[in-house]
Design a protein around this ligand. Structure first.
Ligand code: C2O
Ligand code: CU
Ligand code: CU
Length: 490
């Protein structure tokens, strides 16, 4: 497997693949008229909430293709329990969740609870299970008593059709409440951001092979399945927004000018100190826990375009903006009237966070994202290969064997001209360094972006749960094409 060379790029041009590309990853594409006919302005709604009681939650989740209300119209997509997104699960540390996944699709699927610190074995968060059409699989998750609070999510994880199924509408939020929470708010909202492409008739459009290799981005960017819904509040009220980036490949740089949002949590747990929204970019799979003290006036929650490299731009030294025509996308409109009171003052501090920088490290490893010209690979992967260290995913191979109860340091490299978000199941990662730049405060994530031609360093405490699971690129098209490896802790 050879690294991508300039010559390889020309070859791709020869195959006609480069013809749709304009600089960076920007795609030249005629705008679907439905994009210009906004269903924007509906009032904000949230998926149904299923809340645990007395330490238990029993859920039936039915995955099906059908007619769903999306972007203010009837669309033919996938969905859980008849909606996009699926229901929000609200849990507490120590809970046991019994979940029956019913597969009413015409293809195999399964389920993953992204970010939850639960066992990957048996009928736990076992992504090696395959649920055939017409079958029901019972999953059972037991959250430890000290499970970190925060916003997590669920989605299918059957290797080979993850991107199609998430893009198609299969995802939902999970909130793990904090029994010790001191932060009081007037309103809490769950916001699942996703993207999808529909044709004029409201049917799902499958992106081209080229788009899939870049990581598909849908033409419609949705918030809880709505286009730019309207949120209302009164000045001085405090809201808490639990935001999930459920997009298949799209990165989100959120912007809420006119308001002063404060970040109180990233993927895992509450932050010790709240921070500015500033440079936080949500890679696919990342979440954000935001506190907004409403100020009077109207503002927009925007997703600014993010340059995540390009097959052409990166190699030719160009770069430039990525998908989406380069412009910001309005996710929601916020209308704040007067009279909500004087405001709530400062945000209480969170608990101080665990810091693995002083921990004894049992093993150091390096794992590197690679894209190469792989010839016409099997599995319909297209002319490029997507690997870690030159090896495509093989469920039967153990790529990293770690000793349960130890701390490891992983250096994750990226030899390619595209950014890749690195995701590890079950055990959260403490981000230590990005390209040699130290991260000053403890930061715990389960998806860490590794910029093009860069490296990041993380530490992981492999504890509580043994078993076999995976790490992968959370650009789900890349994961489906082989950018995934296995880890066995025992
Ligand atoms: Cu959100 Cu392995 O996935
Ligand atoms: Cu995950
Ligand atoms: Cu990737």
């Amino acid at each position: 497997m050879k690294p991508i060379s300039r010559r390889a790029v020309l070859t791709m041009g020869g195959l006609g693949l480069a013809s749709t590309v304009v600089g960076g990853t920007g795609l030249r594409r005629e705008l679907n008229p439905s994009v210009l006919d906004p269903a924007a302005g509906e009032s904000f709604t949230e998926p149904e909430v299923l809340r645990s009681q007395g330490g238990r939650l029993d859920v039936r989740l039915e995955a099906a293709f059908g007619t769903h209300q999306l972007a203010g119209r009837q669309a033919r997509t996938m969905g859980y329990n008849g909606g996009v997104p699926g229901p929000t699960l609200r849990l507490r540390p120590g809970d046991t969740v019994r979940l029956d996944l019913v597969n009413r699709l015409e293809e195999v699927t399964n389920l993953h609870v992204h970010g939850l610190h639960v066992s990957p074995e048996g009928n736990g968060d076992n992504i090696f299970l395959a649920v055939e059409p017409g079958r029901t699989q019972r999953y059972e998750y037991r959250l430890p008593d000290d499970h970190p609070p925060g916003v997590y999510w669920y989605h299918p994880h059957h290797h080979g059709n993850v991107a199609d199924q998430v893009f198609g509408g299969l995802y939902g939020a999970i909130v793990v409440e904090d029994p010790a929470e001191e932060l009081e708010v007037d309103r809490e909202r769950v916001m699942v951001v996703s993207d999808i492409t529909l044709d004029r008739g409201g049917s799902l459009v499958t992106p081209s092979t080229m788009e899939q290799m870049m990581g598909r981005e849908g033409e419609l960017v949705l918030l809880n399945g709505q286009r730019a819904p309207r949120l209302q509040g009164r000045s001085g009220e405090r809201e808490r927004w639990r935001i999930v980036n459920a997009c298949t490949s799209r990165y989100l740089a959120l912007d809420l000018s006119g308001q002063e949002p404060r970040v109180v949590g990233r993927d895992v747990g509450r932050l010790a100190r709240d921070g500015a929204l500033g440079d936080v970019v949500l890679a696919p799979g990342n979440r954000l826990d935001l506190v907004v003290d409403l100020a009077q006036g109207s503002s927009e929650l925007l997703a600014q375009p993010v340059d995540r490299g390009g097959m052409m731009g990166g190699m030719m030294g160009g770069g430039g903006p990525s998908f989406g025509g380069g412009g910001p996308v309005t996710l929601a409109r916020v209308e704040v009237g007067s009279g909500g009171g004087p405001g709530r003052g400062g945000i209480p501090a969170g608990p101080s966070l665990r810091d693995l920088r002083d921990a004894e490290v049992d093993q150091r490893r390096s794992i590197t994202f690679q894209m190469g010209m792989g010839g016409m690979m099997g599995g319909g992967g297209g002319p490029m290969s997507f690997t870690f260290d030159g090896q495509e995913f093989d469920a039967d191979r153990i790529d990293q064997q770690v000793r349960l109860g130890t701390v490891e340091e992983w250096t994750i490299g990226n030899d390619s001209p595209l950014d890749h978000p690195f995701h590890l199941h079950v055990w959260p990662m403490q981000l230590l360094e990005v390209n040699g730049q130290e991260v000053a405060e403890p930061l715990w994530l389960d998806v860490v972006n590794v910029p093009a031609r860069s490296r990041v360093k993380v530490r992981v405490a492999f504890e509580d749960f043994g078993g076999k699971t995976v790490y992968h690129c959370h650009i789900l098209d890349h994961e489906d094409r082989g950018m995934m490896g296995t880890v066995l802790a025992q």
